[in-house]
Design a protein. Structure first.
Length: 335
């Protein structure tokens, strides 16, 4: 329901019933106050409406391969309060805010994280990430906050879900996790690392299916957005055309092949790069699964286990598109 507008003229009518009529300046001040209250109510309603569609997906080394918690369930679990300043707070970074949220260590128990899990990677809906150790999550009250000072967290303040560290209560935390670790718009949490797998139409190719395909090496400055070296690196993986063939998908002239990352929190959003059929055939477009001289698997903070990478033949064409990280799905867009 749309919030009702507070009628500013109500203050005028009340004032006229009094013995002493307020000044024009006072009437104007009252009107501004009414407008401000209305604007605040509208913003709170908008934040709540957007957040109501939100969810967080947990994956990796947990009891079930993947678990999605919707907004109602997140609210049920959000019983912990942490009072701390927030370095990203746009109005006053020194202000102590009452954050309500879910303790990360509580989530680890709830999801059945394996005892040998080492890291947690929190992904924002824009696929930027922050990684902390499981050990630290268990010893400090780090929370996924869904509310600040009793109100939904606005998108402009990194909401509706923010990874919050208890700076004010425990100053030692900031020495380990500075402001760059505050994850915004959190929509996914990966415990250690996902197992390599990708869906192609109705087929799902797992690690074994992907690793039996021939690998191609691409060298250069990569187009992945975060946590990669700035210098030239090598990435390795099967060509997109070989992955499609393994899944029994023929390359159609004029078609596009949408390589999608983890599903966004809101259904109207998309995380994908569409590759033209001609480029699938003629370029080294690969699903990168390893990197560096030692060919190590791509970890979660770097967008692993699978990312989409382009060879030099068509790199310029896709230069304005961030290379897909956390690739999980390929869909054929018919001509």
């Amino acid at each position: 329901m749309k919030p009702s507008r507070l009628p500013a003229f109500l203050f005028v009518l009340l004032a006229l019933s009094c013995d002493k009529r307020p000044s024009d300046a006072q009437l104007e001040a009252w009107k501004r106050e009414a407008d401000d209250k209305n604007d605040a109510a509208a913003q709170a309603h908008a934040a709540k409406s957007s957040a109501g569609k939100w969810s967080i997906t947990f994956s990796g080394r947990i009891k079930d391969r993947s678990v999605r918690l919707d907004w109602a369930r997140l609210q049920e679990l959000a019983t912990t309060h942490v009072k701390t300043r927030a370095p990203h707070h746009s109005v006053n970074p020194k202000q102590v805010i009452d954050w309500r949220g879910i303790e990360v260590r509580k989530l680890l128990d709830l999801l059945g994280a394996t005892d040998d899990a080492q890291t947690l990677t929190f992904l924002g809906d824009d696929l930027f990430s922050a990684t902390i150790s499981v050990r630290d999550a268990k010893r400090w009250p780090i929370i996924l906050a869904v509310e600040q000072d009793g109100a939904p967290i606005k998108r402009s303040e990194a909401g509706p879900v923010v990874l919050v560290f208890p700076y004010t209560e425990m100053p030692e935390v900031e020495k380990t996790y500075d402001e760059t670790y505050w994850a915004f718009y959190v929509s996914h949490v990966v415990v250690d690392r996902d197992a390599p797998r990708i869906r192609v139409g109705q087929r799902v190719l797992d690690r074994a299916a992907l690793e039996k395909l021939p690998r191609t090496m691409i060298e250069g400055k990569v187009g992945f957005r975060v946590h990669w070296p700035a210098e030239r690196v090598k990435v390795y993986g099967p060509r997109l055309r070989d992955v499609l063939a393994e899944a029994g998908v023929a390359i159609q002239d004029g078609a596009k092949y949408a390589v999608r990352s983890k599903a966004p929190a809101l259904p109207e959003d998309t995380h994908e790069v569409r590759v033209d059929a001609a480029d699938v055939k003629g370029c080294d477009v690969i699903l990168a699964m390893a990197w560096g001289e030692d060919k190590v698997e791509i970890p979660a903070p770097m967008g692993g286990p699978i990312g989409l990478a382009f060879g030099p033949e068509c790199r310029d064409k896709y230069a304005k598109m961030p290379w897909t990280m956390y690739a999980e799905d390929i869909e054929v867009i018919a001509p």
